[in-house]
Ligand binder design. Structure first.
Ligand code: PLP
Length: 440
């Protein structure tokens, strides 16, 4: 029997995140179960998961191997404090992750979310410079349209206005220009041709502020929440070169792009540009247990390992860093990724993916379409005077027609689990095409 949500559930107490609470509670949309690439809603409706939950369920839903590993771990060692003590799974997982990462980026710090990974990365950057006698590097550079979570550091380097306007941001943070150039790069398939020169703003900042005062630059190699913006060809290479010239650390936020989303374990490998620090979360446990991992270069890590060996080198960490249950989930997840070839499967799918999403060019309201790996976005023209309303209508239309898509303002974003079939990809965009014809 489907749940009668409004009569059986008190919806008032949960203050929901990033949600129009009052609107939601008048017409709640509740998930009930999930398996493979399909959710079932509380009203019984089956819904194709076009977003891998929230860019995280890369191996698909309801994987018994992960459930078994979590259950076993809960009964074996449910919790262990990670300060001055440890347990073997965290070391095993860190070693496994280090083998997946690009050469040299092989020291791993565990967190519980993408936001915590970003805060950790920024703190590593500041502390690294101090450890080397460069404590004057107090500035950070982010980018417009970037999303790096919601804690103070990540919010400050982030570039989404609604996430920033209500809160005081950190001082000494500057932003590069965003890279979406629809007039020059509209409807690009994969990386756009134009815009590498936008990275040169970092050089201008270095000249204005003094390159030796900038600690780090943080960008998503492919922007996710800000609207799926693949980097213009040559852009990341230029950013890397300017960072090297001025001794600035380059941080890639791979919370979305990590774990196979773009056809390689991490986007850095697909794009051929290696950062000094890399943040991850989401797909590390297939989204089923909160966990994040920050990868630092050997050089950065070793700069901390100075002084007397009994001294704590980095005064930072979380009660749940390397939580045994999260580690068990992550190890089982990585086994699935490896066994099923999911970290590179997107290379086989992305041709069909690109064709299907770009097939909607010319559909009502569509002003731009972008794709990279198994990520895609469709920009809709906003309704006059009502930004976001059309995107929201598309979200509702998708659900009514059996598809979960993500609406961020008037941009629709897509990122299904990496186990999706070519037929299901066709189905996703068939539904989107239908929805676009029905919404006004
Ligand atoms: N960084 C990026 C690139 C993200 O996409 C996200 C979440 O979507 C975060 C950080 C924050 O992750 P979390 O919501 O787990 O804190």
């Amino acid at each position: 029997m489907p749940l009668d949500v409004r009569n059986e559930l008190d919806l008032s107490a949960w203050w929901m995140p990033f949600t129009a609470n009052r609107q939601f509670k008048t017409a709640p949309r509740l998930f009930a179960s999930a398996s493979g690439v399909t959710y079932r809603m509380a009203d019984g409706q089956a819904v194709l998961d076009g977003t891998a939950g929230l860019w995280c369920v890369n191996a698909g839903h309801g994987r018994p191997e992960i459930a078994d590993a979590v259950h076993h771990q809960l009964m074996e060692l449910d919790y262990a404090p990670p300060f001055q003590l440890g347990h073997s799974l965290a070391f095993e997982l860190a070693a496994k992750l280090a083998r997946l990462a690009p050469a040299g980026l092989d020291r791993v710090f565990f967190t519980n979310s993408g936001s915590e990974s970003v805060e950790t990365a920024l703190k590593i950057a500041f502390a690294y410079h101090r450890a080397r006698g460069e404590g004057q590097r107090t500035k950070l550079v982010g980018r417009e349209r970037g999303y790096h979570g919601v804690n103070f550091g990540g919010m400050s380097v982030g570039g989404l206005v609604n996430n920033r306007r209500m809160f005081p941001a950190m001082p000494y943070v500057h932003h590069l220009a965003q890279t979406h150039l629809p007039k020059r790069n509209g409807f690009s398939v994969g990386q756009p041709e134009h815009g590498a020169e936008l990275a040169d703003e970092l050089e201008r900042m270095a000249l204005l502020h003094g390159g030796e005062t900038i600690a780090a630059v943080i960008v998503e190699p492919v922007v996710g929440s800000g609207g799926v913006l693949p980097p213009p060809k040559g852009y990341l290479e230029r950013l890397r070169a300017i960072c090297d010239k001025h001794g600035i650390l380059l941080i890639f936020d791979e919370v979305i792009t990590g774990f196979g989303r773009v056809g390689a374990p991490f986007a850095t490998q697909r794009l051929g540009v290696t950062p000094d620090i890399m943040t991850t979360a989401k797909g590390v446990t297939n989204g089923v247990v909160p966990m994040g991992a920050v990868f630092a270069s050997r050089q950065i890590h070793d700069a901390f390992m100075q002084g007397p060996p009994e001294a704590i080198e980095f005064f930072h960490g979380y009660t749940y860093s390397g939580h045994p249950v999260a580690c068990a989930a992550a190890l089982a997840t990585l086994d699935i990724y490896e066994r099923e070839g999911l970290l590179t499967r997107v290379l086989e799918l992305e041709g069909a993916w690109a064709e299907a999403i770009h097939g909607l060019r010319g559909s009502p309201h569509v002003t731009d379409i972008r794709n990279f790996g198994l990520m895609g976005a469709i920009d809709l023209a906003p309704r006059p005077g009502a930004p976001g309303a059309r995107g929201y209508a598309a979200l509702l239309g998708g659900l009514a027609n059996g598809l979960l898509l993500r609406a961020s303002g008037d941009t629709l974003a897509f990122s299904p689990p990496l186990i999706v079939s070519a037929d299901q990809i066709g189905e996703i965009f068939e539904i989107v095409g239908k929805v676009l014809k029905t919404i006004d």
